[in-house]
Design a binder for this molecule. Structure first.
Ligand code: GLN
Length: 445
């Protein structure tokens, strides 16, 4: 049924870069036999799921939607992928994304465009645009995305699905092709908060292969579903309700706040004074880390190698020049610049200090509130033919990137439609407060 559905809609949407039809059907058949024998099966037994093209899966082609990875085949499973397999989920395919997760439209993918299932003239958002579209188009039930500055939450909002970025250190990044290692987190996208909770139960937790995963207990996230939220304190930061938000999006936010009040939550106005520095801080730190992480793609070790080579220098320069797309090159150049000896103090070091201030804003706010309420994005899904400049696009990330800089969890939940296009609300939580997000989110949806 899953593949029939995909056959029917995939031509219009383009969520996937690679389907695992034969492997998936074979895995499902083996699982069926296991069930028939009465053997114990995992928590996601038989659930059709998808993974983003930046998570390796043994024997599957993984390209981060970049030409430079060519036909690179995973030689091991990313931990999150391994955990899905161990839970007996069936991986249906690999989803489209912006090249190396740099973007918010999925248009920088080397492969093809993904269209928003609600309106084929619009983007699905990004960088996990294929993942969001695969849920919205009802191709799979759960998709893993990655979020460095909003890449799970923004496409979830644009496609009308739920997406969670866990706390930095909650889910292993082992086997996730690194973009910005201090910001990246893998997280689930699904139709409901319940499916998010079920997936978090499977993918969260310590991993010997990723020392940044915090070894603290993983609660049963389903315990937070359908709880009474009376008395829960929800902070609304005044810096997030600025000019430039689409008026219909703003109205949906106001209605959502009313709904939380009706549910018995207490709304508290808060201030996150360093919010205005979040975009410039992120666009120094993320490219800096990316420029270092992407140094490994040298034409020698992975995927693509230029044919036009006379000497070793050509091998590097031509393979990288031909293999990376424009946005990736832009970020490598910004990153190497801000890390260079002459500019390190002025940019990278300064950005690290501001990052600490942004984190302190949240620490202070969470002394008084349980969760923080914000929009996910100032607008609805952009038109596919929209010619925003890179800086205009970066500014659209204003509401999502602070969570990555501070390392805190965030969830995007559908809250309504503006001119027929989905709009999500964002809830941000304390470090390892995913349970609070599931509690507030499940009461809201
Ligand atoms: N839009 C942001 C960027 O382009 C976030 C991407 C992400 O979270 N991977 O960097």
């Amino acid at each position: 049924e899953t593949f029939e559905r995909i056959e029917k809609v995939e031509g219009k949407v383009g969520s996937f870069v690679h389907l695992r039809k034969e492997k998936a059907l074979e895995e499902a058949r083996i699982l069926d036999e296991k069930i028939a024998r009465g053997e114990k099966v995992g928590a996601l037994a038989g659930v059709p799921v998808a993974i983003k093209d930046n998570m390796v899966s043994k024997g599957d082609i993984t390209t981060a939607c970049s030409k430079i990875l060519g036909n690179y085949e995973g030689i091991y499973d990313a931990t999150a992928v391994k955990k899905l397999k161990e839970a007996d989920a069936i991986i249906i395919g690999i989803t489209n994304m912006d090249e190396f997760a740099m973007g918010s439209t999925t248009k920088t993918s080397f492969h093809h465009l993904t269209k928003n299932p609600w309106d084929a003239t619009r983007v699905p958002g990004g960088s996990s645009g294929g993942a969001a579209a695969s849920i919205a188009a009802q191709e799979v039930y759960i998709s893993l995305g990655s979020d460095t500055g909003g890449s799970i939450r923004q496409p979830a909002s644009f496609c009308g699905v739920v997406g969670m970025k866990p706390t930095y250190g909650r889910v292993s990044r082992y086997g996730l092709i690194a973009f910005a290692s201090s910001l990246d987190q893998i997280g689930p996208m699904a139709k409901s908060v319940e499916d998010i909770a079920l997936t978090m139960n499977v993918i969260a937790g310590a991993d010997d292969y990723d020392a940044t995963v915090v070894n603290c207990e993983v609660p049963d996230y389903t315990k937070f579903l359908n709880q009474d939220i009376r008395g829960m304190k929800i902070g609304v930061p005044k810096e997030y309700f600025i000019d430039g938000i689409n008026p219909e999006v703003r109205q949906i936010m106001e209605d959502a706040i009313e709904k939380f009040i009706t549910l018995g939550a207490e709304i508290v106005e808060i201030s996150l004074p360093h919010t205005k520095y979040a975009v410039p801080t992120y666009y120094v730190i993320a490219p800096a880390e990316a420029s270092s992480n992407l140094a490994r793609f040298d034409g020698v070790r992975y995927g693509y190698r230029s044919k036009n080579i006379q000497n070793i220098n050509d091998l590097y320069v031509n393979s990288r020049s031909e293999g990376f797309g424009d946005e990736v090159k832009r970020r490598i150049m910004i990153g190497t610049y801000v890390l260079s000896a002459g500019f390190y103090d002025a940019y990278f070091k300064k950005a690290q200090k501001v990052r600490a201030k942004i984190k302190e804003d949240f620490d202070r706010a969470f002394e008084n509130v349980d969760v923080i309420f914000t929009p996910v994005s100032p607008s609805t899904a952009f038109r596919l033919d929209d010619k925003k400049t890179p800086i205009e696009l970066y500014l659209e990330d204003i509401f999502t990137i602070s969570a990555n800089l501070a390392g805190i969890p965030g969830i995007s939940i559908p809250a309504g439609k503006a001119q027929g296009l989905p709009v999500g609300i964002q809830l941000l939580g304390k470090p390892f407060g995913e349970g609070d997000l599931i509690k507030a989110g499940s009461a809201f949806e």
